[in-house]
Design a protein around this ligand. Structure first.
Ligand SMILES: [Zn+2]
Length: 411
């Protein structure tokens, strides 16, 4: 399998020459990257080689040990997703669900408008101002007005974010053994289609970028710190490097193909990691009220009110998938997608436009966040129940293993 793994890495690097977003991280031998740049393999050649590798893997005898079986299955799925990406770059136009199945090994559930209407009705009651039955502002306008006091002032952003990181790191280190030299740096950037990004550089180091195009609200501090840092992407990548690349010599983990099943695990664990770090709402609220709200200069007595609304907003996250599905399937255009997000995801126009840009660039990748989180949650909770210690150990095991989306649903 080592030989197949090595050829897989070369193929990912080769495909990266055709699709710059494709190689999200690579910290293997630098000359492999230079070779891919020099060779500039054609899409046809990449596709043919992927098919050959899939056939080779199919002939490999069952390795017995569970971790080795997971490794083989991981390679199979990653390579077949790579082959699908090649076909997409050539001609093939896939429907949203077919694309997510081919690239991410999962399909997001579909919800009718009535599902979101019912959540929106609850929000209508919580957000002051004129409701739809009367005249005046639409829900997204009132929501924007209402949540203005919860925006982190720009000059306090780094202080608040560093406090959130420190807390998430302490909570993670109490349960997960990390390489002693692990670290990351934080940068504030603009003009990006995403809110935050973790660039893993290898040697247990990440660069985390936070996009400040739009106001950042107080709940984002812990969300970002947990998702991009501890116990999210930074920890996931560090554990893969430590346990699989260095200890076992599994070179396939030194490259991260963005449009691949691995992304559902990465985004799903990064999102769910927030609830692993803060196993109860009480704990999270205590930290928010005592530390983050004061550091941001925001009135902590309204924290419960704010988070009750955020819980409802989270239930609307699948509205984003619906907008993406319809846009990618050509049922609606860009403007209609912006309108849809304003109505069903309660987004102001600038946020809706940013999201549409994200969808146009990353397409069905959007399901990796909410569906990924739900799949990881079900998998972990099935094994640990509500025992937070057990939850950490199952979570740590998942982060350090090659398990893939369909593998989360088995048993
Ligand atoms: Zn992420």
């Amino acid at each position: 399998m080592n030989a197949v793994a090595e050829r897989y890495v070369h193929l990912v690097l080769a495909l990266g020459q055709h699709n710059p977003d494709y190689v999200d991280a690579f910290y293997g031998p630098p000359e492999w990257k230079t070779a891919a740049e020099k060779e500039k393999k054609s899409l046809d050649a990449i596709g043919a080689e992927a098919a050959e590798l899939i056939a080779t893997l199919a002939k490999t005898p069952n390795p017995g040990e569970e971790l080795l079986q997971l490794r083989r299955e991981y390679l199979q799925k990653q390579i077949s997703a790579l082959a699908a990406r090649v076909r997409m770059l050539k001609v093939e136009k896939l429907k949203f669900d077919d694309e997510s199945r081919a690239l991410y090994d999962a399909v997001a559930p579909t919800f009718p408008d009535s599902h979101f209407d019912q959540i929106i009705a609850q929000l209508e009651a919580k957000i002051p101002g004129k409701g739809p039955s009367r005249t005046g502002g639409s829900l997204w306008e009132r929501y924007e007005m209402w949540r203005k006091p919860f925006v982190i002032p720009k000059e306090k952003l780094d202080t608040v974010f560093q406090l959130a990181i420190k807390e998430c790191r302490t909570r993670t280190l109490a349960h997960v053994a990390l390489p002693p030299n692990e670290s990351f740096t934080v940068e504030y950037v603009t003009n990006k289609p995403w809110g935050g990004y973790n660039w893993y550089k290898g040697n247990f180091h990440s660069v985390i970028q936070v996009n400040t195009d739009l106001p950042i609200l107080i709940d984002r501090a812990v969300d970002l710190a947990a998702h991009e840092g501890y116990p999210g992407h930074h920890v996931y990548n560090s554990l893969l490097e430590k346990n699989l690349v260095r200890d076992r010599g599994w070179v396939e983990f030194s490259v991260y193909a963005l449009f691949s099943p691995q992304s559902l695990i990465a985004e799903g664990t990064a999102n769910f990691g927030r609830d692993v770090a803060f196993p109860s709402k009480t704990e999270r609220m205590k930290f928010e009220k005592e530390v983050l709200f004061p550091a941001a200069g925001i009135n902590a007595s309204r924290a419960d009110e704010y988070y009750a609304v955020q819980d409802l907003m989270k239930d609307l996250s699948y509205a984003g998938n619906e907008a993406a599905r319809r846009l990618i399937n050509g049922q609606i255009d860009e403007n209609a997608a912006v309108q849809w997000l304003q109505k069903y995801a309660v987004m102001e126009p600038a946020r809706a436009q940013q999201r549409v840009k994200f969808i146009q660039r990353y397409r069905s990748y959007v399901i990796n966040y909410n569906l990924g989180e739900d799949m990881v949650r079900r998998y972990i909770e099935k094994r640990s129940g509500t025992d937070s210690e057990k939850r950490w150990s199952e979570f740590g095991k998942l982060l350090a293993s090659p398990r893939l989306p369909s593998g989360l649903q088995e048993k």
